[in-house]
Design a binder for this molecule. Structure first.
Ligand SMILES: Nc1nc2c(c(=O)[nH]1)N[C@H]1C(S)=C(S)[C@@H](COP(=O)(O)OP(=O)(O)OC[C@H]3O[C@@H](n4cnc5c(=O)[nH]c(N)nc54)[C@H](O)[C@@H]3O)O[C@H]1N2
Ligand SMILES: Nc1nc2c(c(=O)[nH]1)N[C@H]1C(S)=C(S)[C@@H](COP(=O)(O)OP(=O)(O)OC[C@H]3O[C@@H](n4cnc5c(=O)[nH]c(N)nc54)[C@H](O)[C@@H]3O)O[C@H]1N2
Ligand code: SF4
Ligand SMILES: [Mo]
Length: 733
């Protein structure tokens, strides 16, 4: 396809945005081997040409002066020097081998950040294969810092073998998620779901201390004290059970624990909850009645409640709500969003009963691997704690641990203390500043790819991903700059393995991306003497996929399989039942009846997590010029008066653990007494005195060992008690 662009004719090619989990289909204008612009592809009905500012601005990254183009090596004087890819691989392979010989394979750890999973589909399987081949279990992901409860709660609740009611819901209860900005919800234009809901007279119910873009559209918005979601959900369950609004037939056939749940939510009367969390009692009762009487719908939690310290419990209670209300597909119902890229797994109207959550123990705080994976917040301690099993080398792939890990001070000293830190990135970040070797990465449109994150999303949360199965493949559209030595993440790992003489075996292809999915068919051993191409690696990663890659490739604009998949009936003699009365969960719920342990008048505000439209976590060089290049601290105007600051003023934000500086932005959507700030900003600890230039890292305010969830190790990363005081830039920075 040709399109006019200035004097020359640009070629417009279909592709996929890989900047966030939504994987919007894009049209990319390429002129003279360079990306000129990125727009949405309106030929795909599910997306109707939607893109956001991040996806469009991404075009500016390709020739950006801040982009890393050649591998870098840290010299003995601390400076970084260019090195060839070949030499960097040789040196790193030798150093890893030496560490393994001296300290054993368990001294090597792997961290897969967002862009490891978002980028080339082989990044995750190849890096996991590397860890398996050297014999280390130290593989960590972002999940335990994000919404680990999505995985851990399954172990306590069990899993329905068919999806929830994704299409045509009558009710959606959103707890601390703002999909209109984060796009973490149904894929496609974020408004479509809400428009469809209101056109059918359905109800959007939102629980969020901030009147978010999503809350603004709600029939009822509860703006409670943060961190109390479990108590609110217990109050909703209380009403639904006491008023017999639940689905008695579904429960008697498939669910255990209702009586235990009834007893444990009994103290959570609407009056008690309303008073504890400071919301109108009639609103709470109305939310419960709307949810309980809706035949189709779902409860969906986001990062807010997860990060407030009770990820597993909040997710468990959301599942309990859907389960007692019978919001799961039954035999004969259509399944419209089965992943295309995973092996086929039969939807059945039956329950997988609860399964063990406990995995291998760590050496830290009694934490262990769980169904959410290894506890990432324990990794800094695994690095800093001497003795048998100490981690000494880290492969940091597609993330930014120095900035994104909670407890920045500890995280940075851990990363600094490593014998070897190998990092892949596209720009100099906090982590790159600490790395011994940096491998610059290809950018998405320089390598072939798939929409795997969106396609697989419904397996993690039935309410994520496209409403209908949709797979799209893209070729590489442009070559990396001619004088560069950038590489896909999988390729760096492959070359290291090759140099170390290690055989890589891809065991489960794409299923590696979602830990709770049964392994797919084995693709087997990789050829280790001839480096596969990026296109070949996609074929290998997709072995056993429900829709074969050749079929997907035949549809350059994407494939929406024409199929009629229906939920199969329960197998004869099947005894599995879901559990809504798990003992651990009920004990944790009980703890909400006590006073809030975090109440301390020295820290009168609560700092909430939040996302901003124009940036995906770590700040990017390709950012819109009309937005500040820092992360403001949003404060309610009435609270600004109390603190004595005006818009744009600088404040010190102090938690029990540490202090950072922030620039105030007035925001009357916040509940008074709460303030909000995005993460992913700020330079390294020692150098960070420039909140107006680089922003500040909220992770520094968090201690990873004071308040943390026992199942995932996730520290409290939202609802952080803080004190705010005005500061003058000259005196304090
Ligand atoms: N205080 C606090 N901490 C948090 C959170 C919070 O809300 N508050 N949120 C948590 C959550 S939900 C998550 S998911 C984690 C995120 O944790 P990470 O995944 O560690 O962090 P990101 O910022 O997403 O990482 C992006 C990194 O990838 C690089 N990058 C960008 N594009 C590309 C690319 O195309 N290829 C490659 N190779 N690299 C690229 C960026 O330069 C950056 O270094 O942070 C967690 N940390
Ligand atoms: N534009 C953009 N999109 C993104 C990202 C980004 O940085 N920018 N990050 C991506 C990542 S890594 C993730 S994990 C997803 C996250 O996606 P979401 O979970 O939708 O993230 P947020 O938009 O931060 O929404 C969290 C909400 O929780 C609320 N909240 C905070 N504390 C509490 C609490 O205790 N209780 C309740 N009920 N609510 C609370 C906040 O006010 C906020 O509105 O977004 C992804 N998408
Ligand atoms: S919503 Fe996500 S996938 Fe879509 S254009 Fe924006 S960043 Fe890209
Ligand atoms: Mo995340």
């Amino acid at each position: 396809m040709k399109a006019a662009s200035g004097t020359s004719a640009a070629t417009v090619r279909p592709s996929i945005c890989r900047t966030c989990q939504m994987n919007c289909p894009t049209l990319v204008s390429v002129d003279n081997g360079k990306i000129v612009s990125i727009t949405g592809d309106s030929s795909v009905p599910l997306y109707r040409g939607y893109t956001c500012v991040k996806g469009r601005e991404h075009a500016r990254l390709y020739g950006h002066p801040e982009r890393l183009l050649r591998p870098l090596k840290r010299m003995s004087d601390g400076s970084l020097q260019s090195i060839s890819l070949r030499s960097a691989i040789d040196e790193v392979a030798e150093k890893i081998q030496l560490i393994i010989d001296r300290h054993g394979p368990e001294s090597v750890a792997l961290y897969q950040g967002n862009h490891c999973a978002f980028g080339h589909p082989a990044n995750v399987p190849v890096s996991e294969a590397f860890m398996a081949a050297i014999g280390s279990h130290h593989t960590y992901t972002v999940v335990p810092l994000d919404q680990p409860g999505k995985f851990t709660s399954l172990a306590f609740h069990g899993k329905w073998m068919a999806p929830g009611h994704k299409s045509k819901p009558d009710v959606i209860l959103v707890v601390g998620n703002n999909a209109l900005v984060s796009h973490q919800g149904q894929a496609g234009p974020p408004n479509d779901l809400l428009k469809d809901l209101s056109s059918r007279n359905g109800s959007l119910l939102v629980i969020d201390p901030r009147r978010t873009e999503t809350a603004n559209r709600a029939r009822i918005h509860l703006a409670p004290r943060p961190g109390m979601d479990a108590a609110i959900l217990a109050g909703i369950l209380h009403v639904i059970i006491e008023e017999n609004l639940y689905d008695q037939e579904f429960v008697s056939e498939n669910v255990d624990g209702l009586e235990t749940l009834r007893e444990n939510v009994a103290p959570y009367t609407p009056q008690y909850v309303a008073q504890r969390v400071d919301i109108p009692v009639d609103h709470l009762v109305e939310v419960a009645r709307i949810f309980g009487t809706a035949r189709r719908g779902y409860a969906l939690a986001g990062t807010g409640p997860s990060m407030a310290g009770h990820s597993t419990l909040v997710e468990y209670l959301c599942k309990a709500l859907d389960t007692v209300c019978g919001h799961w597909s039954r035999a004969g119902d259509m399944v419209e969003d089965l992943p295309c890229l995973l092996p086929y797994s039969e939807p059945r109207a039956q329950a997988i009963p609860p399964f063990p959550i406990w995995g291998r123990a760590t050496r830290v705080r009694g934490l262990f691997a769980s169904t959410a994976g290894m506890p990432t917040a324990a990794l800094p301690d695994e690095i800093l704690t001497p003795g048998q099993g100490q981690v000494r080398a880290l492969l940091s792939l597609g993330g930014n641990p120095a900035v994104s890990w909670p407890d920045e001070t500890k995280a940075v000293s851990a990363l600094r203390s490593l014998d070897l830190l190998v990092h892949t990135d596209i720009q100099m970040t906090g982590t790159a500043e600490l790395a011994h070797y940096i491998f610059p990465s290809t950018l998405p449109y320089e390598t072939p790819g798939l929409n795997q994150i969106c396609d697989l999303a419904p397996v993690v949360s039935p309410f994520w991903g496209t409403p209908r199965s949709f797979a799209r493949y893209t070729d590489a559209l442009v070559a990396p700059p001619s004088d560069s030595e950038v590489a896909d993440i999988w390729k760096v790992v492959y070359l290291l393995a090759q140099r170390m003489g290690v055989q890589l075996s891809i065991a489960a292809g794409m299923s590696e991306l979602i830990s709770e999915t049964p392994a797919g068919s084995a693709a087997g051993d990789l050829h280790m003497s001839r480096v596969p191409t990026s296109a070949e690696m996609i074929e290998i990663s997709l072995a056993g996929s429900r829709i074969p890659l050749e079929e997907i490739k035949r549809h350059p604009r994407g494939l929406m399989p024409r199929e009629e998949i229906r939920v199969l009936p329960k197998q004869e003699g099947w005894e599995g039942r879901l559990d809504v009365g798990n003992q651990y969960m009920m004990e944790e719920l009980h703890s909400f009846l006590k006073a809030d342990v975090h109440d301390n008048c020295a820290y009168p505000f609560r700092l909430l997590c939040r996302r901003m439209t124009h940036v995906f976590n770590t700040r990017s060089p390709a950012r819109p010029t009309n937005r500040p290049d820092y992360n403001p601290i949003f404060v309610h105007p009435a609270d600004m008066v109390v603190i004595g600051v005006v818009d744009g003023a600088m404040v010190e934000i102090r938690s029990e653990h540490a202090a950072i500086f922030g620039i105030v932005a007035s925001d009357d959507t916040l509940r008074m007494g709460t303030v909000a700030m995005s993460h992913g900003f700020g330079g390294l600890r020692d150098a960070d005195r420039t909140p107006r230039r680089t922003g500040s890292n909220t992770g520094r305010l968090i201690a990873n060992d004071s308040y943390f969830e026992r199942y995932s190790g996730q520290p409290r990363m939202s609802n952080i008690p803080v004190a705010l005081r005005p500061v003058t830039e000259e005196a304090d920075c």
